[in-house]
Design a protein around this ligand. Structure first.
Ligand SMILES: Cc1cc2nc3c(=O)[nH]c(=O)nc-3n(C[C@H](O)[C@H](O)[C@H](O)COP(=O)(O)OP(=O)(O)OC[C@H]3O[C@@H](n4cnc5c(N)ncnc54)[C@H](O)[C@@H]3O)c2cc1C
Length: 443
């Protein structure tokens, strides 16, 4: 008889797990709380079907694992894109890549910064994020470049955050010195891991980005949903879990408002907190951790963009914009007006005081200041989407509580696989996909 698997959470992690488990011969049920699958990969159409918007920059990208790429992308009408044109703004538009750069610093500080980076202390165990930044990038870059951006994005200082927190926002590397110096320095591993190439064209990768020919990333999810059905996976959307049946350390049944399912193996791709609560496990003290809320303003403008970038990060401390997505530079469904999504990161207190009109005015002003649209352009349509509590603020308490929760869940169960960004260890889409592939392959 087929072994029975229940997958909880229908984002990309859960979808991938469900497809793979089915291939392994499991009878699979995928349970999703929302109306549709996809989690953060849904597209929205606030101004009609001609204009798709996503949760910000979510280009598909091949993982480099043929079997996984074929599972995810075969049969999808999605042209492979020319090398991803990412950029950043810090005083001027930098069309090299989306990492933080020293280009905006005065020449003297750039030289001092590069020298301090080359002579940095290094290490692998850090007291906090501030300590890590100094050891990895040297004092000058840490203070002049990273600290102000950490403060802007997280609303607190690097001293208050756990090491590794900066990786969340593409701050894992730095563009420093000139292109030739970088290429030379990157030949040694300790410099390679902290320096970014000056141009995306220098990075030779066989993995390509892709984007659906019609609609947005939600088209990809619809494609995967069809694959799930064709493969014989039972998909339950709008479905809430009521309780679990347990036998010693195994979960043997899941009860939902749409029926009960027997379980030989459970794959959990939803927030860890919900699993711990459902199993009656002890929760970390101190209440829910602080998180950042993302606002996404989906805009239509009546003029061409002034740049070819697909997306850019705004590293200007005096500006509020976090990231801008310029869909019509990578999507083939070009219509009359140009689409943009402008993301902002807000702390809980900033979000509580949000003034929507001021938010809109600031956004339009910054788009012109950054040189993305001309001053003569008008925003003709605007839709404000809010993704509450999306980004963790990784303080040491937060990281400690998550570790504790993970450990508790792992020791309390012996037939559960934990996957996806909601487990708190990994964040980016391809990290999530590759981790899901590895863990399910190993079952
Ligand atoms: C604003 C924003 C921008 C991002 N931009 C990028 C980017 O540019 N590049 C990148 O690589 N990554 C980006 N990410 C991260 C990326 O979105 C994630 O890596 C990816 O979507 C994670 O997929 P997942 O399946 O793990 O989680 P999710 O997409 O969160 O899916 C989890 C699913 O579980 C469901 N669920 C929750 N609770 C329950 C429950 N109790 N029962 C049943 N179902 C439940 C949810 O409804 C959801 O469908 C971004 C994230 C955010 C928040």
């Amino acid at each position: 008889m087929d072994r029975k698997a229940v997958v909880v959470g229908g984002g990309v992690a859960g979808i991938t797990a469900a497809l793979m488990l089915r291939q392994q011969g499991y009878q699979v049920t995928l349970i999703e709380r929302a109306e549709e699958l996809g989690g953060l990969l849904r597209s929205v159409y606030p101004f009609g079907s001609d204009y798709a918007f996503d949760f910000g920059t979510h280009l598909g990208r091949e993982t480099g694992i043929d079997e996984l790429d074929s599972l995810l992308y075969d049969g999808l009408d999605a042209p492979r894109l020319p090398s991803t044109l990412a950029g950043s703004f810090h005083g001027r538009l930098f069309e090299g890549n989306a990492f933080l750069s020293d280009q905006g610093l005065p020449e003297r500080q750039r030289r001092a910064g590069l020298e301090a980076l080359i002579n940095r202390r290094g290490g692998s165990v850090y007291e906090d994020l501030s300590d890590q930044l100094v050891r990895q990038f040297g004092e000058v870059y840490a203070e002049q470049l990273f600290e102000p951006i950490i403060e802007k994005h997280f609303g607190c200082s690097a001293k208050e955050l756990a090491p590794e927190a900066h990786r969340l926002f593409g701050l894992a590397r730095l563009v420093a010195g000139n292109a030739e110096q970088t290429k030379k320095l990157k030949q040694t591993p300790q410099h390679d891991e902290v320096l970014a190439y000056h141009s995306h064209l220098d990075l030779i990768s066989s993995q390509r980005s892709l984007y659906p020919a019609v609609g947005g990333m939600g088209t990809w999810i619809d494609h995967l949903h069809r694959r799930l059905i064709e493969a014989g996976v039972t998909v339950r959307t709008n479905c809430s879990i009521e309780r679990f049946d347990r036998s010693r350390r195994s979960i043997i049944g899941v009860h939902t408002d749409q029926g009960a399912y027997e379980v030989d193996h459970l794959v959990w791709c939803a927030p860890l907190f919900a699993l711990a609560k459902g199993l009656g496990l002890p929760l970390p003290e101190g209440g829910p951790p602080r998180r950042l809320t993302t606002t996404l303003q989906h805009l239509l403008v009546d003029a061409d963009y002034q740049t070819d970038l697909y997306y850019l990060h705004c590293y200007e401390p005096s500006m509020k914009t976090f990231r801008v997505t310029l869909y019509d530079n990578f999507s083939s469904t070009l219509r009359g007006k140009r689409r943009l999504t402008v993301e902002h990161l807000l702390t809980p207190s900033d979000f509580a005081q949000l003034d929507e009109d001021a938010h809109a005015r600031e956004t339009d002003y910054e788009l012109v200041e950054m040189g993305i649209i001309p001053s003569s352009a008008s925003v003709t349509d605007r839709h404000l989407a809010v993704y509450p509590n999306g980004f963790p603020i990784p303080t040491p308490d937060f990281v400690g509580a998550n570790e504790q929760l993970l450990e508790t869940a792992r020791t309390a169960t012996d037939n559960v696989t934990l996957l996806g960004k909601n487990i708190g260890k990994i964040w980016f889409m391809n990290e999530v996909l590759v981790d899901a592939y590895r863990q399910i392959s190993a079952l």
